[in-house]
Design a binder for this molecule. Structure first.
Ligand SMILES: [Zn+2]
Length: 257
């Protein structure tokens, strides 16, 4: 994965700072602590990849959870008709439960990525459980045909302590995002709002977070065609996250040549 080490990561924190941050979070109350844990800015050992520095209009759609049978094909149809590819962060147990869906996603050229095995919060999880959650999902994705480095994104973006340490030891970035139109700046239940937020927030190198597979997210599914069409009209190429990373590596190599 060329250029991975040179990308735009948030700085890591020292161990002592980590303890102080946790203590401060607890002191600030449960809500503050939850916000701290979910924050993409705080990660103690591993490195978070939110966006890559890209020299042109290129972005990645990242679709989390599943695969679930109810809406998978509908989502694939939207992407196929527009000839764009996305990165699917899939849950290992659902990958094992629905190999036919995983095969369909892969057959369309999308990237398969790891979103843990059980989608349990990885906060305060034992180190060996974290390793097992990630390895079982890697294995399931490899059996489904995914080759090369497998990208990882934690469920609920909980990233304190054990998980960043594991990722650091295994040399993997924590793939997050810089555009989350379903939830930021607040929950959106309207497809038009989700489209507008995406088109307003995207920048070259952006990673866009969406959950179209989840049963409850009809607004996201309704927004998906408008998101893709709008981004294409703005001149964006939509690529997989691994392609985005490779693109950034090439841009950097040209810049330093
Ligand atoms: Zn998830």
């Amino acid at each position: 994965m060329a250029g991975l080490s040179d990308l735009e990561y948030r700085p890591t924190m020292a161990r002592g700072t980590a303890v102080a941050v946790v203590a401060a979070g607890v002191a600030a109350g449960a809500a503050g602590f939850r916000a701290l844990v979910k924050s993409r800015r705080w990660h103690l050992y591993g490195r978070a990849l939110r966006r890559v520095p890209a020299g042109r209009r290129v972005a990645a759609l990242t679709l989390d959870d599943g695969p679930y049978p109810e809406h998978c094909h509908e989502i694939l149809d939207v992407l196929r008709r527009r000839r764009v590819r996305a990165t699917f962060f899939l849950v290992g147990r659902d990958v094992e439960a629905h190999p036919e869906l995983v095969a369909a996603i892969r057959a369309d050229g999308h990237e398969l990525a790891n979103h843990s095995y059980s989608h349990r919060r990885m906060l305060f999880m034992r180190a060996d459980t974290i390793a097992t959650e990630i390895r079982r999902t890697d294995d399931a994705l490899r059996r489904a045909g995914q080759t090369g480095p497998i990208l990882f994104r934690p469920p609920n973006c909980a990233k304190l302590l054990g998980l960043p340490r594991h990722l650091h030891r295994t040399g993997r970035p924590m793939v997050t995002w810089d555009v989350e139109p379903e939830t930021a700046p607040g929950p959106a239940a309207d497809a038009g709002v989700i489209v507008a937020r995406t088109l307003a927030g995207v920048r070259p190198g952006s990673l866009i977070l969406l959950h179209p597979m989840d049963q409850a997210n009809a607004a996201t599914r309704a927004a998906l065609p408008g998101i893709v069409d709008g981004l294409l009209e703005q001149g964006f190429d939509l690529v997989t996250v691994s392609e985005l990373i490779a693109e950034a590596g090439r841009a950097q190599a040209r810049g330093s040549a």
